[in-house]
Design a protein around this ligand. Structure first.
Ligand code: G4P
Length: 508
């Protein structure tokens, strides 16, 4: 019997407390001994420290890692998403590999820009969300205001599961609305050390708030939550250990186990015996001396065993996966198996791409890994014209990894790269220089945005492309792309060519 899996990610705006909460989840889940000190074992430890080195060298965190812990017979896989303001498609794609998400909100700030963007990605895939309103040990906005904001901005039903008994200087604990018990702060740190008040007397205004809240908001409904229509809301303080155990418990009880994944010819159920999975992330340069990459695969069905042969659908020969990186929970270090919902790191030399399906039978293809329309376009100016070939290779490689997108215009020789955040441009230039020895600069492009285009009738598509050749390009998979000077132009052109569809995301 394998233990149930909960594969999830934390979405938040920088500074809301994701790192602190991650550490506390691992700590309460028993995966680390001291909060703040991530101790992994064996191969996992090596892999982690390698990434950390790279992160230090680059001075930024460009990796997503996988953290696994076990609690009360449930195995949790927490996929980390890079946490800075500028983010890449990596972040988005990681969300395609999870079954649920925890949304962390700063009690003083409410919903912020990046939370909202990431939330939209979750909504696209109906990923259920548990909300954690953090930092109630500090002065925050009134709970009602926060709950209403979530409901209004995200158009979700909210079901408060706990309630702060005061905030900031008046903070006296967290009331569990299902049990009526209050977790109390203790000692100088005013942290939670296990003191629970079974029959608390609440201040009158808090009792009144709770009455209002229970009358005014939805009751928790597991099905509505799993459909992505309702979010249970927990108040807490990651720093002071309030609400963390409750959050693990909520994931364990309510978050969905691995679900059937959208695929062709038919969705793949986790009960399916054959091993299948998809690559949602490729991390290059674990070792700067080698062009090695690690492809992160989410296992969707079957029991993966070390040494197993898997075939990438559509291209390539079977690959024997001899030295996978398995992200073990603390008690599983001897295991050589992985189960649906687990993540496996597969070392390779560039054969595996983001979006690839790997399987034992090679006739299935997972769908739904999106490419996003870039928000920033730049023309790549090569300083040494003899390096054209290297540049093309580098741009293709990085497009494959999802660092940037690349567009080859129909007319002209200046390739255009597209990103969703500024940080990706810095990564691109530093890697061009360091790994590919290509000196290049970036210039403003005459375009501002891009859309993939399709049409039911190929003749309509061709007619459009012929008339707009100066704005046409191909992506690295040869799909036609319309480059526009502004979002307004996209709308204008779309009105004029109703038979052509302009897509801001493209599924691979
Ligand atoms: P992030 O990963 O989402 O960017 O946030 P991170 O956990 O790094 O937390 C951002 C800041 O908020 C940190 O403070 C952290 O200590 C603080 N913080 C996180 N959770 C809580 C909480 O529940 N209560 C309070 N009061 N603070 C919290 P910092 O000063 O930026 O960093 P540090 O000097 O404490 O490391």
């Amino acid at each position: 019997m394998t233990s149930p899996r909960r594969t999830f990610a934390i979405i938040s705006h920088p500074d809301a407390g994701k790192t602190t909460l991650t550490e506390k989840l691992l700590y309460f889940g028993g995966a680390i001994h001291l909060a703040g000190e991530v101790k992994a074992r064996g191969q996992n430890r090596r892999a982690r420290s390698d990434w950390m080195k790279i992160e230090q060298q680059r001075g930024i965190s460009v990796t997503s890692s996988v953290m696994t812990f076990e609690k009360d017979g449930v195995t949790f896989n927490l996929l980390d998403t890079p946490g800075h303001e500028d983010f890449s498609e990596d972040t988005y794609r990681t969300l395609t590999a999870v079954d649920s998400a925890v949304m962390v909100i700063d009690a003083a700030r409410g919903i912020e820009a990046q939370t909202r963007k990431l939330f939209e990605v979750c909504r696209l895939r109906s990923v259920p969300i548990i909300t954690f309103i953090n930092k109630v040990d500090r002065e925050g906005r009134p709970p009602f205001e926060l709950l209403d904001e979530i409901a209004d901005i995200l158009a979700l039903d909210v079901a408060p599961m706990s309630w702060p008994v005061g905030m900031g200087g008046l903070f006296e604990g967290i009331l569990d609305l299902t049990t009526g018990k209050v977790s109390r702060p203790e000692g100088d740190s005013r942290a939670f050390h296990g003191k629970v008040d079974d029959a608390p007397t609440l201040p009158a205004e808090i009792a009144e708030e709770i009455e209002l809240a229970q009358a005014g908001y939805a009751e928790f409904d597991g099905e509505a939550y799993r459909n992505g229509d309702l979010t249970p809301v927990y108040f807490g303080s990651a720093l002071k250990d309030f609400g963390v155990a409750e959050l693990i418990d909520a994931l364990s009880r309510h978050a969905p186990p691995p679900r059937p994944q959208p695929a062709e010819p038919a969705p793949v159920s986790p009960e399916n015996k054959e091993v299948t999975g998809f690559v949602f992330k490729v991390q290059a340069n674990m070792d700067p001396q080698h062009r090695d990459r690690i492809a992160f695969m989410r296992l969707c069905s079957g029991t993966f065993k070390r040494g197993m042969k898997l075939t990438p659908t559509g291209h390539g020969k079977p690959i024997a996966v001899h030295s996978p990186i398995l992200f073990f929970a603390q008690n599983r270090e001897v295991a050589d198996e992985a189960f649906p919902g687990d993540i496996i790191g597969i070392p390779n030399h560039g054969t595996l791409r983001v979006g690839d399906t790997l399987s034992e039978r090679a006739d299935v293809r997972f769908t739904g890994l999106p490419n996003f329309a870039p928000e920033i376009l730049r023309r790549v100016a090569l300083k040494d014209p003899t390096k054209t070939k290297q540049l093309r290779k580098a741009l293709d490689d990085m497009a494959e990894e999802g660092v940037t997108q690349v567009f080859y215009p129909e007319i002209g020789s200046n390739w255009i790269i597209g990103v969703v955040g500024q940080l990706q441009l810095d990564v691109l230039l530093s890697r061009l220089d360091a790994e590919y020895k290509v000196a290049a600069g970036l210039e403003p492009a005459p375009f501002d945005t891009a859309r993939w285009i399709t049409a039911e009738d190929p003749a309509d598509l061709k007619a459009f492309m012929d008339l707009n050749r100066s704005a046409m390009a191909k992506d690295r998979d040869d799909n036609p792309v319309f480059l526009a000077k502004s979002a307004w132009e996209v709308g204008y052109v779309a009105d004029r060519y109703p038979k052509v569809r302009f897509l801001a995301t493209r599924e691979r």
